[in-house]
Design a protein around this ligand. Structure first.
Ligand code: ADP
Ligand code: MG
Length: 427
């Protein structure tokens, strides 16, 4: 029994001893951990306090829980006095909404950076300072670490660059304005020069048109007078020779040879009279002056058909007979020129023409079924006949158009006023 008790006591003492050793070991481990933690805390505090940027720890309302030295310097107050103050007290009024929004975002998205730029008003004499703020909220506590960076220098540089840019822009704008002004001046000069040229060109065009109109009317008058002279003088002469020869033949009817000769002469004289009539009507058909435009056109059309074998029909619809002489002459000559063109260029077999009087105009159309005039031929400056047609119409205040289609024929359309506009081209 005694031995048992002794053994139990010895075992207990050994157990206690073991426990003590264990405790001492744990104690020393704990001490080491504590030392290590203290070193980390010291390092962190040092880093926090002496970091080259402002640090502060805020709660959800923006109340400062902790601030480092640079943060305190930026806010112009000691670390102790800043504790429990709200950071927004130092932020300019107009920047406050932006700051509050950034803080709310930081707490809504923990461990993510939220940014804003604000102006702070430090306590004391220091002037307002622009700062860049970065906030990162902790995932576990209700705190948020805020980094405050003084961006005065950056702002100053930005302002300087902006001012330089504005100066540069101004200089460029001034240079561009000078350039534009010079260009404008040149343009004005050029435009004046062109205007001068244009006026001179218009003037010379007007004079040419006047000249052309004058020449045409002179030509027409001359043709009229030559036609009349040939018809009246020469025709009269031939008629009296014919009469004399007839008298001679009847007086010496017993002289066979003379009678034979005189009848030969009468045939030749008759031919001469016809030739005179043909030449004078070619120069100026008497019908145009005596019977009027419709008959003259009809005569011209029949004469054309007889001469060329190309079928030619003209229909005239006028509600007044007295067509103005200048208008009648123009229309007649245009008709003549278009028929000549049909004969010379078209290879047509038929021509259909129409003259219609409308309320204010006459329209003349001449259509053939030939090869069709081309656009190039219409526009060619060498198409003197077509230019003449247009000019004749233009001179009395009208216009002429010509168009064709391959193998579909050519159409000429002329529209002229009932009375010529005398001052149409004389401005
Ligand atoms: N009726 C027509 N059919 C086909 N071609 C035509 C016709 N009228 C005119 N042309 C073409 O237009 C050209 C110009 O006509 P125009 O000015 O009267 O000059 P010209 O008769 O002296 O050749 C003609 O050379 C001809 O090639
Ligand atoms: Mg011609």
């Amino acid at each position: 029994m005694g031995t048992d008790t002794n053994e139990r006591q010895t075992t207990k003492a050994a157990f206690v001893q073991l426990n003590r050793y264990e405790l001492e070991l744990q104690n020393s481990e704990l001490r080491q951990s504590k030392d290590a933690l203290e070193t980390v805390l010291e390092n962190y505090t040092e880093l926090y306090d002496f970091a080259p940027v402002g640090y502060c720890t805020l709660d959800r309302e923006g109340t400062i829980r902790r601030v480092n030295l640079i943060g305190a310097i930026l806010l112009g107050e000691s670390c102790e006095k800043l504790k429990d103050l709200n950071l927004s007290l130092f932020i300019s009024d107009d920047c406050e909404p932006g700051f509050n929004e950034m803080l709310a975002t930081a707490f809504d998205y923990p461990q993510q950076k939220a940014h804003c730029e604000v102006v702070i008003h430090p306590k004391g004499l220091r002037s307002p300072t622009p700062v860049h703020i970065v906030a990162i909220a902790s995932a576990t506590s209700d705190e948020c670490l805020v980094v405050i960076l003084d961006i005065t220098e950056r702002k100053r540089l930005e302002a300087e660059i902006l001012a330089e840019n504005v100066k540069l822009d101004l200089r460029l704008a001034r240079e561009r304005a000078d350039e534009l002004q010079a260009l404008n001046k040149q343009l004005v000069q050029e435009s004046q020069f062109r205007k001068g040229l244009e006026t001179r060109l218009l003037d010379s065009q007007r004079r040419l048109r006047n000249l052309s109109a004058h020449l045409q009317s002179v030509r027409e008058e001359e043709r009229k007078s030559i036609a009349r002279e040939i018809h009246d003088e020469l025709g009269q002469l031939l008629a009296s020779i014919q009469f004399g020869v007839s008298l001679l033949a009847s007086e010496y009817s017993d002289q066979q040879t003379l009678v034979a000769k005189t009848s030969e002469m009468k045939i030749v004289i008759g031919e001469g009279i016809k030739t005179v009539q043909r030449i004078s009507s070619k120069l100026r058909p008497a019908m145009l002056d005596v019977l009027g435009l419709p008959d003259a056109l009809e005569w011209q059309s029949q004469e054309f058909q007889k001469r060329t074998g190309i079928s030619c029909k003209i229909s005239v619809f006028l509600f007044e007979d007295n067509v103005d002489t200048d208008v009648a002459t123009a229309l007649f000559r245009i008709f003549q020129e278009s028929l000549t063109n049909v004969q010379r260029h078209s290879k047509a077999t038929t021509v259909e023409a129409q003259l219609v009087q409308r309320r204010r105009n006459y329209t003349l159309s001449v259509r053939d079924n030939g090869r069709g005039i081309t656009v190039k031929e219409i526009a060619s400056p060498l198409s003197i006949g077509l230019i003449g047609i247009r000019e004749r119409a233009f001179i009395i205040g009208g216009c002429a158009k010509i168009f064709g289609a391959p193998e579909q024929g050519t159409t000429l359309l002329v529209r002229v006023p009932l009375k010529p506009k005398e001052d149409h081209y004389v401005r």
